[in-house]
Write a protein of this length. Structure first.
Ligand SMILES: [Zn+2]
Length: 428
């Protein structure tokens, strides 16, 4: 009796499963027939990275006529006209930290001098004809486009890059940077930044523009207060813990930064070191903003990370390893950041401190120093995380239906590791 009942149950459940499979199959077919009609772009590769996860060569990315993602479907359901690309396909790359307006300083600043001498050299080189600056900015943008970059978090001390941005070839988040360490200059310095901000606003870019502090060591408490109020609710960015001198300047005041201020003829005899890290000293002064992208973080500690996370605001940790190599011959503490599961993103910094503006090159540098970091982890930093950091993830960063993230092809990958000949090109 027991055996007959068991047999009956098994055969019944088998029938149900079969019926469900048939039903699913017919529903899926109707859906895919609909997709074929809607879509004229179908792509597959050896590996498809969606922004979050890896899919194999049996997955097909389907885009509509507007280059919007429709879906990712199985090759067996994809019909004809599937374009195959050797290597990896992924969403367009996001560069979270650049200074497009410094592109004309390419090859003019000596390498590995340390941050203080780097800053002094750059400050002395700022007076170039505007036409030359704009030409160099446009060439730098072209370079980024060729490298598969679709969006940039760009530091602006001027509105020199406005014509390049108005051409609309790429998405930008403009961070109008202000500095001024002497409290008495705060109102005047802020007015100058506001004038630059207003030029971007008048060009219709107010939504994607915010006034931001340069760095903890170059902004007074009074100036932090003005930035905090103006950028309330807005995503901001700040150079953070790029050099040991910054840490010393805040912890005990004995720092190479004193030479920087003396060099510019600025009296900082009023300054008292707060006795804590730069990040812990200044982050509470930015408590009205809508999250922050902290850039460099080469001297960030686990205590700093815990401090930043307890603010409850979104915090993104941008790494620009090629610039760290160029300026200080350092690397950011990638294993420590990974262990703490923070939101990592990538940037190129400017051509004043880099040989190229390429996110792929930044990933190659991290791979060389930390070969244990999986390629797809770094690609998530460079796509979805970057889009979230810049507030552009409704459109960019992943192959979710409805987004228009662009499609990038990386070749020269073996066993999920970038080879020396790895290259990137944008195909959509
Ligand atoms: Zn920078």
């Amino acid at each position: 009796m027991f055996t007959r009942l068991q047999h009956l149950l098994q055969s019944t459940s088998g029938w149900v499963i079969k019926w469900r499979q048939n039903y699913r199959f017919s529903a899926a077919s109707a859906y895919h027939t609909y997709l074929y009609r809607m879509a004229n772009l179908k792509f597959r590769a050896d590996v498809l990275f969606t922004g979050r996860e890896l899919r194999d060569d049996q997955s097909v990315l389907v885009l509509d006529d507007d280059k919007k993602v429709v879906d990712i479907i199985a090759l067996a359901d994809a019909g004809d006209d599937v374009q195959y690309h050797p290597g990896w396909l992924l969403p367009g790359l996001i560069n979270c930290h650049c200074h497009l307006e410094l592109s004309h300083l390419h090859k003019l600043v000596p390498e590995q001098t340390g941050l203080v001498d780097f800053v002094m050299t750059v400050m002395k080189q700022r007076h170039f004809p505007e036409a030359e600056i704009q030409q160099a900015s446009e060439a730098a943008e072209q370079q980024m486009l060729r490298q598969g970059i679709v969006a940039v978090g760009d530091i602006c001390n001027t509105a020199h890059t406005l014509p390049v941005k108005q051409a609309g070839r790429m998405q930008y988040r403009n961070f109008v940077e202000v500095s001024g360490f002497v409290p008495q200059t705060a109102a005047m310095r802020f007015q100058q930044a506001e004038a630059v901000y207003n030029q971007f606003a008048q060009a219709g870019m107010e939504q994607q523009t915010a006034i931001v502090p340069h760095a903890p060591y170059s902004v007074s408490g009074a100036l932090f207060g003005l930035i905090n109020a103006h950028s309330a609710g807005k995503r901001i960015t700040m150079h953070n813990q790029e050099t040991l001198a910054e840490e010393r300047f805040f912890v005990d005041g004995q720092s190479d930064f004193r030479r920087l201020y003396t060099g510019f003829g600025i009296d900082i005899s009023f300054y008292q070191a707060p006795g804590k890290s730069s990040l812990q000293a200044c982050l509470p002064l930015l408590n009205q903003t809508g999250g922050i992208v902290l850039v460099h973080n080469t001297f960030t500690s686990e205590a700093d990370i815990a401090f930043a996370l307890q603010t409850g605001e979104p915090v993104y940790w941008a790494l620009c390893p090629n610039a760290n190599r160029y300026i200080e011959n350092r690397m950011p503490p990638v294993p420590m950041l990974l262990k703490n599961e923070v939101n990592i993103v990538l940037g190129t910094d400017s051509l004043a401190s880099n040989h190229q503006l390429s996110i792929l090159s930044e990933i190659q540098t991290i791979s060389r120093h930390y070969p244990e970091v999986p390629l797809h982890t770094m690609l998530q930093w460079a796509t979805l995380n970057g889009a979230q950091a810049l507030g552009l993830d409704a459109l960019l960063g992943s192959f979710d239906p409805g987004k228009q993230p662009g499609v990038v092809n990386i070749t020269g990958v073996e066993n999920n590791v970038l080879q020396a000949n790895a290259a990137v090109q944008r195909i959509v």
